[in-house]
Design a protein. Sequence first.
Lengths: 367, 294
Amino acid sequence: MENSSFSSDLDASLPQGVPPHEPAADAPTDTSSLASASASQPLPLEPLKPRTDFSQLSAHTAAIRRELAKVIVGQQDLAELLLTALLADGHVLLEGVPGVAKTLTAKLLSRTLDVPFSRLQFTPDLMPSDVLGTSVFRPQRGEFEFRPGPIFASIVLIDEINRAPAKTQSALFEVMEERHVTQDGTTYPMPEPFLVLATQNPVEQEGTYRLPEAQLDRFLFKLHVGYPTMEEEVRILLGHHSGFGGVTADVVQPVLTAAQLADMRQLVRQQHVEPKLLEYIARLVGQTRSHKGLYLGASPRASIALLNGAKALAALRGRDFVTPEDIQYLAPAVLRHRIQLTPEREMEGGTPDDIVKQIIQQIEVPR
Amino acid sequence: MLLPRVLLTFLLFSISFLRGMQFRPALGLVLGLALLAQAQAAPGPAAQSPLRPTKAPIVPPEALRSDTLANRNTPISLPADQQAPVALRRPPEKRLQDLRGQREFQYVKPNEEPKDPSMWSLLWWRLSEWFRKLLSGADYENRGRYVVYALFGVAFLYVLARLLRLDFTNVFGRRARTVPLPYESAIEDIHAVDFTASLTEAESAANYRLAVRLGYLQVLRHLTERHLIDWQPEKTNHHYLQELAGTRWAPDFATLTRQFEYVWYGELPIAPGDYPALRESRQQFLHQLTRVAA
């Protein structure tokens, strides 16, 4: 079993389209004997054994992927990053133009978990008490009673989060970071797990408010939801055409309980990280604070987010340790909403992702 | 003739504006203004159309013309001036000084040095005097105007540099600061390491983790020397796997990569009995690589 999990990890780490032991097209021509020798004598099996059993975790995440794939076409990377955030216990901000299934993906992910779910549609006139809850007076008892708001759920889907002004958005500061709500001097803890999935349209569109930096920093990832490819779009159309309107969300069933998720998160927390990789994370995030194209760099919270995300991604990929690939893969999603470009760089058409890419290219991978 | 041209200009501009094209209104406006300018610059109607009959000059009647001074033959004699020379009157000096001292008659405010000045006000006065002299009077002709030209030149170059998106920040000193974090692997060059000696040393010291790492770096160097991968410090192992995708070396290199990652990043302890298998896999890969190259 252990060897088989190793093999699956190897297969996962192979680039797309690499057939095992296929003769090379650009290999030297005088190698026929060697090629046969290589095929007949594979490299000896390594005497290495993984320290953590990820079979349950792999089974659960595969089940979630299957459930999502019943409705969502494509978006494999998005599903992987959402699962990573779920394992890393971090909130996710989904950004994309209307109509690319941001809300649907978030809603379906919440359906795969057997935990309380609530949805908030942010509007310009929404008040903080509409989110957090409010105290109402009970004349019979002669006292105030706290009525919890819709934020009191395990999975909270906040749709169009940038439609509400900063006053309402700032109501989320405490609950997103500290996982509790303080009202009238009383602190109400949030249930476990607690995950905020927020969607927003790009701020260039009318009727939106830019999220405060303090709130953006509370999101583990900001994920761009892009357009599907031509093949994926044809599959979407085929699904809608054959189903006369598409598959309903009811086909997605809960496959994970809160207790199972807690166990998985415990495994993630125990992931091994080599000290040089901690330095690598610190250098990556530290460079954002001194880059000349950036007006605002990332905070130490970003370093922690990158570390937690990398540990979760490594577990998702069947490893009990973090590699530089995990860090590089997650760096844009962790950093893009935590850094601000200088006006000059913004006028030149630069994006945060460009800067993150530059920084990654500037720092040597520990090896 | 001017009114039709004005109307024509307005008509051209209106038509082109209604067409809704982006540059047509400007084109119509330019065309109309050109016609107007031609109308203004053109000579008068008489010179412009020689065939048009000219008006006859107005001539005074004969009776009036015969009584002018030019027709008289007798000279005119004027009486001599008998008056005394005009005496120049001067206002009293005191009165003149009073008037000069009044504020209403101070047409030009004298920029006098402040009386009983502080160092700060004296500095400002001298600075303003220097600028005033530089930008007016003879100093402007001699020196000041060149300063103004230079300022305009610098502003033009700045605008040009911004338009061309030239970045001189590195030239003028602002550099991206580097975070001072010690990082010893940054100074390691795989082309400069004596892998045979280092490997022997690590194996004899039973430091198998280091030996696996050195062995993997040796593999990377051989792949680089055979131009199978493009070694760069910022690339991860996955990048090299992608570069080898489709070649015969990809599967075995993936195995070696996995070994390295479990041992180095995962820090899995290696028993002395397990290391020979790892060394064997590396040597087998290098042997094949060397034989193919030969």
